[in-house]
Design a protein around this ligand. Structure first.
Ligand code: NAD
Ligand code: UDP
Ligand code: UDP
Length: 313
């Protein structure tokens, strides 16, 4: 059966890789994006394919289309972008979820929500299992994103309980790879662009805070597996790579792989910046038979090659 798949946020970093994989798998894809952080160039390779359609639309407004699967990814994901217009960020998560759930209800589509490790806030439990409820500041500068995503999860589970929708919720941990926005302020893109331009590498705080980085191909694979999983498996399920590195370690690896002579400089730590983060992926391993395969070193090489091209273009 050919699926008719809606991908919201499909012109963004993760969304565009997802569209590529869905098209390669033979599905019909409707990519919806308001191009706030996404870019038509991310999906230019698909234009002209009769199974691919690109639509400019903001998910905070209702959308009437006929599909049988929905991947809801629309939402700026990096702090500088989601803090640019925080009210719009909450609206995108909350009104966007209501509209996409309303759509899924009307057309009886299966719907997957791209949630985030940020629902755990600055966690007191390490690594984070899905059963941990998190430690989130409700009124801080990250709250528009964290609480917006938490409310979206609530809506997904209430539509599931109240309207028996087929829902899937994935909590995505830090992911990197080609087509990340070069100016989105995220650590991997920042460090690589700085290293390639010979600019100072900006370490926030003392650089001892840690993150776990997943390469985009691994992440898209598990999102597809989740969408195909049995109806009774709703999640939430953590997806990410448990390999954990401090920001100092990441900087050193990027410098080496990019053969860069950039210096490390230290800048203030943003408020509410989590000290450590690592997914517990036992559930994804048990239920989806998945584990990430791409080592940080290999993923960084691909990402550096992408940014090298972009910068020289
Ligand atoms: P991205 O910014 O590249 O993609 C988001 C896309 O959504 C962009 O194309 C943007 O233009 C679009 N968008 C934003 N607001 C919209 C609106 N109101 N209507 C329609 N489109 C809108 O970010 P990404 O890294 O690809 O993230 C995709 C999803 O995955 C997001 O929901 C994000 O919260 C989630 N996520 C990503 C990561 C990560 O490390 N990349 C981690 C956790 C969660
Ligand atoms: N909605 C949409 N597309 C549809 C069906 C619904 O965008 O195909 C929106 C609709 O505008 C509504 C929201 O989804 O505001 C929630 O729909 P639901 O049917 O759950 O609630 P209600 O319409 O009763 O508020
Ligand atoms: N960070 C950094 N230098 C930068 C950008 C980010 O040291 O130029 C740090 C940031 O303070 C955080 C970590 O890298 O501790 C990851 O930041 P990112 O914004 O990529 O992801 P998130 O904080 O949402 O996990």
């Amino acid at each position: 059966m050919i699926n008719r798949v809606l991908v919201t946020g499909g012109a963004g970093f993760l969304g565009s890789h997802l569209c590529d994989r869905l098209i390669a798998g033979g599905d019909d894809v409707l990519c919806v994006d308001n191009f706030f952080t996404g870019d038509k160039r991310n999906v230019v390779q698909l234009s002209g394919n009769p199974r691919f359609e690109l639509m400019r639309h903001d998910v905070t407004f209702p959308l009437y289309v006929e599909v049988n699967r929905i991947f809801n990814l629309a939402c700026p994901a990096s702090p500088i972008h989601y803090q640019f217009d925080p009210v719009q960020t909450t609206k995108t998560s909350v009104h966007g979820a209501i509209n996409m759930l309303g759509l899924a209800k009307r057309v009886k589509a299966r719907i997957l929500q791209a949630s985030t490790s940020e629902v755990y806030g600055d966690p007191e439990v390490h690594p984070q299992p899905e059963g941990y409820w998190g430690k989130v500041n409700p009124i801080g500068i990250r709250s528009c994103y964290d609480e917006g995503k938490r409310c979206a999860e609530t809506l997904f589970f209430d539509y599931y309980r109240q309207h028996r929708l087929e829902i899937k919720v994935v909590r995505i941990f830090n992911t990197y790879g080609p087509r990340m926005h070069p100016n989105d302020g995220r650590v991997v893109s920042n460090f690589i662009v700085q290293a390639l331009k010979g600019e100072d590498i900006t370490i926030y705080g003392d650089g001892q805070q840690s993150r776990s980085f997943c390469y985009v191909d691994d992440l898209i694979e598990v999102m597809l597996r989740m969408m195909d999983s049995s109806t009774d498996f709703t999640g939430p399920v953590n997806i990410g790579n448990p390999g954990e590195f401090t920001m100092l370690e990441l900087a050193e690896r990027v410098l080496k792989l990019a053969a860069s002579k950039s210096r490390l400089v230290f800048a203030p730590l943003p408020s509410d910046d989590p000290k450590q983060r690592q997914p517990d992926i036992s559930l994804a391993r048990d239920r989806l038979g998945w584990r990430p395969k791409v080592a940080l070193e290999d993923g960084l090489k691909e990402t550096i090659a992408y940014f090298r091209n972009l910068i020289s273009a």
